[in-house]
Design a protein around this ligand. Sequence first.
Ligand code: ADP
Length: 562
Amino acid sequence: MEDLRRRFPTKKNGEISNVAVALPPPRKASDALPLPLYLTNTFFLALFFATVYFLLSRWREKIRNSTPLHVVDLSEICSLIGFVASFIYLLGFCGIDFIFRSSSDDDVWVNDGMIPCGQSLDCREILPIKPNSVDPPRVSDLDSVEDEEIVKSVIDGIIPSYSLETKLGDCKRAAAIRREAVQRITGKSLTGLPLEGFDYNSILGQCCEMPVGYVQIPVGIAGPLLLDGIEYSVPMATTEGCLVASTNRGFKAIHLSGGAFSVLMKDAMTRAPVVRFPSARRAALVMFYLQDPANFERLSLIFNKSSRFARLQSITCKIAGRNLYPRFSCSTGDAMGMNMVSKGVQNVLDFVKSEFPDMDVIGISGNYCSDKKASAVNWIEGRGKHVVCEAFIKAEIVEKVLKTSVEALVELNTLKNLAGSAMAGSLGGFNAHASNIVSAVFIATGQDPAQNVESSHCITLIEAEGNDLHISVSMPCIEVGTVGGGTQLASQSACLNLLGVKGSNNEEPGSNAQQLARIVAGSVLAGELSLMSAIAAGQLVKSHMKYNRSSRDIGPSSQVNR
Ligand code: ADP
């Protein structure tokens, strides 16, 4: 029974202990007789020795009497059958229980509650499951039978998968049942995607719907980043070898040169709906109304009702025929702010509609915002936090730590990040790999990874400063928050805590999110410095082959591939 518990789900404290729920128990040698296991064992053991003894004595007798061995009577035939049956039964103890399997049992899924990666499975053959009629169900098995019924209902479309959490009131159990249903419907295994070890309550209604597990991404620590006189250990979630090591080398060079310095230029999340009017003249009239400073106070009062942290900063409009795109910019405290700004915009639209009833609201987002898309408006006007970060790197550090020269870096930056990106028609991509660092820090700290698109807009400048080097990154759209969304999840929250910017800053709301944006920019600065040095020194391919293709521990001089 121990084996059955392992393969089939039991409920402990109301939770499923195994996701491979309630497939019919595999037939085993011990099922041969409708008896308890110890009696079945005793029976076949006795049968084996009895038949062996009997056959050997008959064999000896025949040799003595010179009777041919192949001449057998009924008792010997019966003994032979008993011998073969008991022998096969005993083989089961050595794990060789093939004789009891049907051909479909050859699938690992059926035998071990798992399906090999990529192997398909016709779940319809498995579905008509009856509880084992031989062993009466135990209390724990009753629970698994109940879950099995739910799995079947999900597969049959009787219970919608999305409603499991509400129906069961147990997020973990809902995830396990959904996962099992998905595996059976697709015939594909989710083995390797963990289910255990995650708080499914924490994502309900906030971060992810219809969960079946969670993806693991390693988190490395680079640092310390010396930024504005404070040291930070920066968590980076990535599966790209060399990225953390390379950024770490950049941090080292910056630290040895006295650190980096940042300036927050602007902090404003944006949302731009699209509204339509009967004519372009009417659209223009509303545009002038919205942009008139005399109306700003009234509009901001209406907008700011959306949250105690939302503060309208400006409305700038673009018009296309009779369609209007008013772009609302507002501060959002420590939240990244998309929900907040959207609510504020909705308040204003309701008010404007009452003043201009012929306005037709086509969409709360008209793409002039512009969220999760590369766009000139973000690059020029900014979105989220606009941060500039700089460092002076001593010539000797460039040579000793970065293994290159100031001249080589300046030339490479001009030809690659400026001229090369211009030739490519780049939009906000005047950098070597800002998105690498932005993505890694975003994922570690629970930011919206899709906003990596505009958050990675960056121009990297490298100039000679006497014998030394001046490097800067200008990033107009760093969209980060330290409350809301994924920031509240345990792992992401721990990473924010490491940086000292977890949650809401009650003394100065917004300063945690702003600090995080500065850290992102400081980390990008280090990443740019290190990768540009690697390319200038011609080390890139060599180090990539060394560190990205080996299992060795990585050292400080490794580079990232870009
Ligand atoms: P977003 O607008 O980034 O999607 P959410 O709306 O999910 O963020 O989260 C913001 C929520 O957090 C709001 O309900 C807000 O009242 C609350 N909150 C608490 N403290 C702060 C803070 N310091 N800054 C911004 N929001 C805060």
